[in-house]
Design a binder for this molecule. Structure first.
Ligand SMILES: [Zn+2]
Length: 435
């Protein structure tokens, strides 16, 4: 390192992998939210080692207990760190430190025993997303070592619970107004040449169909809720096709996204159903995804009107629709100077032309873009087998990501420097096609 010219960015791969390995070793499995406090303490230490001021925001235990009333308390905590250089603007980086569960059987090495092999780092969270956290911390360290500070203030949050509902993670962070920044980068949600600039919205319902119980040997005495449900489900299939035609969104990268419906992710018979009983009730879920050109309120009203329509047509169909969750779609225009600058750095480092994309799935960028109203992008390392066995990420990939973040921090001073003018290489954004 001493041979480096001043102001040169040098990524220390060994230190980066060491940080990632330390994190992987803590099995922050969610659910239920294992070893969160230990991990928060480790992250705060890593932030301080990277030269930032760090604190741990512990979610009050009463709040956690209220949400999970039965069972053991698994404490929740957020790590918040800052490097203030007195700049006009602040960029916020976010990563989640929880991981999905892992059964050891399918793994070559233990999921929580990080291993390096042929340039790949293995372990639960290596790709999603403890590796990304290590890349970010290495970027901050590299900028500090280079002697030329960042052009913006740096704010970092590491949050739990992304793999479930983010209530005590990114949602809490934003709702408590702990973010003091002008732009947000989520260290996942795009990789390689693809930069995430939004995601589809989510509208979740429970649909309960009521019938009438009777003895299984005399089915005509009852009303079979499962048979009634099947009539509704068949109509739902047509409705889904109609939505696909009606609500289309042209991604900035040219790909077409459409509204979707997934039926019956959870389906259960109610009222102690048995094989010899005519089922009196059945509940199934509906997962409706909303593209950025749609209004979530209209999507809900339309769905309820559709169900009412089916009830009018099908004799005796008795249905109750309950909304269980909703998040609007988000979208940051790729022509925004913040996104353009990030794209140009990515192109310089990786040699590939960036493509901006709206993801079909929901992610934590919702809270930064949708709730906090910040220009937001999602980009980090791409790995293999996220949520699967032998999850892994290439060390070279982690290093590339660290370099992009570091260069961005040194070169991006805020939207003013890029100007509002949308000049060369304008990206055509077609907000809505066919609706
Ligand atoms: Zn993730």
């Amino acid at each position: 390192m001493s041979a480096e010219a001043p102001n040169t960015l040098a990524i220390d791969r060994e230190a980066m992998v060491h940080r990632a390995a330390e994190l992987i070793r803590l099995s922050t499995i969610n659910p239920p939210g294992n070893r969160y406090l230990e991990c928060a303490r480790l992250l705060a230490r890593q932030c301080r080692e990277a030269g930032m001021k760090a604190r741990i925001v512990r979610i009050p235990d009463e709040a956690v207990r209220r949400r999970f009333p039965d069972g053991k308390l698994y404490p929740r905590a957020i790590v918040l760190a800052r490097w203030d250089v007195g700049a006009r603007r602040t960029v916020h980086f976010n990563g989640h430190y929880d991981v999905v569960p892992a059964a050891s059987e399918g793994w070559r090495f233990g999921p929580f025993e990080p291993r390096l092999e042929d340039g790949w780092l293995y372990g639960r969270g290596a790709a999603d997303m403890k590796g990304a956290i290590a890349s970010l911390l290495e970027a901050v360290s590299a900028v500090r070592r280079s002697g030329a500070g960042p052009a913006v203030n740096v704010e970092v949050s590491f949050t739990p619970d992304e793999e479930t509902d983010s209530v005590f993670g990114a949602q809490w962070l934003v709702a408590e107004r702990l973010v003091r920044a002008d732009y947000a980068i989520i260290c996942e949600g795009g990789h390689g040449s693809r930069i995430g600039c939004g995601h589809n919205g989510v509208l979740w319902f429970e649909v309960e169909v009521r019938g009438k119980a009777a003895h299984g040997s005399q089915p005509r005495e009852g009303v079979n809720a499962v048979e009634q449900m099947s009539r509704l489900v068949i109509e739902l299939t047509d409705y889904a096709r109609q939505l696909e035609r009606q609500h289309r969104f042209r991604n900035p990268d040219g790909r077409l996204r459409t509204a979707t419906i997934n039926v019956g992710g959870v389906t259960t018979t109610l009222d102690g159903a048995k094989i010899n009983t005519v089922p009196a009730g059945v509940m199934f879920t509906v997962d409706r995804r909303v593209v950025p050109s749609e209004s979530i309120e209209e999507a809900e009203a339309d769905f309820r009107a559709f169900v009412r329509g089916v009830c009018r047509r099908v004799r005796g169909l008795d249905v109750e629709v309950r909304k269980i969750d909703e998040h609007a779609a988000t979208y940051t225009d790729p022509r925004h100077p913040f996104l353009r600058k990030f794209g140009s750095i990515l192109e310089k480092v990786c040699g590939e032309r960036p493509r901006f994309t709206v993801s079909s799935g929901f992610n934590d960028s919702f809270f930064f873009a949708g709730e906090a109203g910040l220009p937001t992008l999602g980009w980090g390392p791409g790995g293999e087998n996220c949520h699967g066995d032998d999850e892994r990420v290439q060390v070279a990939e982690l290093a590339r990501v660290a370099e992009v973040y570091a260069r961005f921090l040194r070169e991006f001073a805020g939207a003013g420097e890029a100007g509002a003018a949308v000049a060369e290489r304008q990206v055509t954004v077609e907000r809505s096609v066919g609706s």
